[in-house]
Design a protein around this ligand. Structure first.
Ligand SMILES: Cc1cc2nc3c(=O)[nH]c(=O)nc-3n(C[C@H](O)[C@H](O)[C@H](O)COP(=O)(O)OP(=O)(O)OC[C@H]3O[C@@H](n4cnc5c(N)ncnc54)[C@H](O)[C@@H]3O)c2cc1C
Ligand code: FES
Length: 366
């Protein structure tokens, strides 16, 4: 009985995948939508070849919408208001749109196809986002699966960004990867240095971008990126700060620490950094330097599974357990979280249980 159900499910899935593939091919090679016009904010109009996604069409006209997943419909960041011509809302968009957004004609631009003239509204600040070319000055191994890239913008270009924001790397075609893709990476360096940036990147097995970075990219290569994006930046208040990160989530927190030091922000701040064992820990010395430079800053690394040979005498346990031990009353604090979705959701639960209001918990889920 079970095997019959499984067989039926796999046949239905196979047919669906086949039909979806057929539709995509038909769309690409057989259908011709001609030239379509995109009216933006009722103020400017661009002409594009019909048939591509709204996200890609805008990008080809140098208008960059945040898109951390590279258009696969899995990050929910590429929202724009479509006033006319976007077609029906697709099932792939629904999980990322609230009732209010649906009523307000907000759509995922990577899912909307430009098949006719279309009218959209986007925030004016997106017009300031542009593409940059940078040279890879240095690549340093931080752990067995994390590297830092030192990028210097070409032609004296400068990227202006807020500490905590991210850029999108354009991954060129390589090996068996046939399409260019974009992936988001938080800037780890000081916002004062606009000529160069550092990115901290963790390898994802079989990941398109991280395989390119770990196995193909070399010092001296050129890299194309756009930005800066994001709402994850230090709010200008007097509240005590709690930062929590895991893995490469340290990147935007490091940038925020540079900002705190350079602007003399002396608010009480604690950075909880969760790793499995000592081989996953990095930038401990840099964090000690920040402790000496920022008067009320404290760095608390914690290992969830220290090995015997680690001889670890610091905090142990899941980062949520450590935060739970340290914070008693979070009602007058604000938090900046960066890491996997599971870690962030668990941390939000702990912080909420300590009385921290949800609207003071800022995060970037990787
Ligand atoms: C705002 C933002 C900022 C980010 N900043 C950073 C950063 O500073 N440093 C950094 O290393 N990453 C960062 N990321 C994640 C990054 O954008 C990529 O998603 C990640 O590097 C994987 O890309 P990839 O092309 O190698 O893998 P993909 O080809 O996209 O994925 C391959 C497979 O791995 C799965 N997968 C994707 N990501 C992960 C993951 N993190 N863990 C486990 N499985 C995964 C996918 O579902 C897929 O099945 C950020 C993401 C966002 C949204
Ligand atoms: S680009 Fe990620 S959902 Fe559209």
């Amino acid at each position: 009985m079970l095997s019959e159900v499984l067989r039926t499910v796999s046949i239905v899935s196979g047919i669906s995948v086949f039909l979806a593939g057929l539709l995509t091919l038909a769309e690409k090679f057989l259908l011709n939508y001609g030239t379509c016009r995109i009216n933006i904010n009722n103020a400017r109009q661009i002409e594009v070849k019909g048939g591509n996604s709204l996200l890609r069409s805008l990008m080809q006209s140098d208008i960059f919408i945040p898109s951390a997943c590279g258009g696969r419909g899995s990050c929910g960041l590429c929202k724009v208001k479509v006033l006319e011509g976007g077609g029906m809302v697709l099932p792939t968009e629904i999980p990322y749109l609230t009732e209010e957004e649906l009523k307000g004609n907000i759509r995922l631009s990577c899912q909307v196809k430009v098949r006719e003239d279309i009218a959209i509204e986007i925030p004016e600040e997106l017009f300031n986002i542009r593409e940059y070319t940078a040279t890879v000055e240095k690549i340093i191994d931080l752990t067995h699966d994390i590297k830092t890239l030192y990028l210097k913008f070409n032609d004296g270009d400068e990227l202006s960004f807020k500490a905590g924001q991210y850029v999108q790397i354009k991954v060129p075609r390589y090996g068996k990867v046939r399409d260019e893709v974009y992936r988001a990476y938080s800037i780890a360096s000081s916002p004062r240095n606009r000529k160069e940036i550092q990115l901290i990147i963790r390898r994802v097995p079989q990941g398109i971008c991280t395989t390119y970075i770990f196995d193909y990219l070399k010092e001296g290569d050129k890299i194309v990126l756009n930005g800066a994006y994001g709402e994850f930046y230090l709010r200008d208040t007097d509240r005590e700060i709690v930062c929590i990160a895991g893995g490469s989530g340290l990147a935007p927190i490091k940038s925020i620490l540079h900002q705190m030091h350079e602007e003399g922000i002396n608010r009480k701040a604690t950075f909880f950094f969760g790793c499995v064992s000592k081989r996953d820990l990095y930038y401990v010395d840099e964090m000690k330097v920040f402790e000496s430079l920022i008067p009320n800053f404290r760095f608390i690394p914690a290992l969830s599974g220290p090995k015997e040979e680690d001889n670890w005498t610091g905090e142990t346990g899941l980062i949520t357990e450590v935060v739970d031990r340290y914070i008693t009353d979070g009602s007058n604090m604000e938090a900046y979280l960066c890491g996997s979705p599971g870690m962030i959701d668990a941390c939000i639960r702990v912080l909420r249980s300590k009385g921290m209001p949800e609207d003071r918990i800022y995060y970037d889920k990787f």
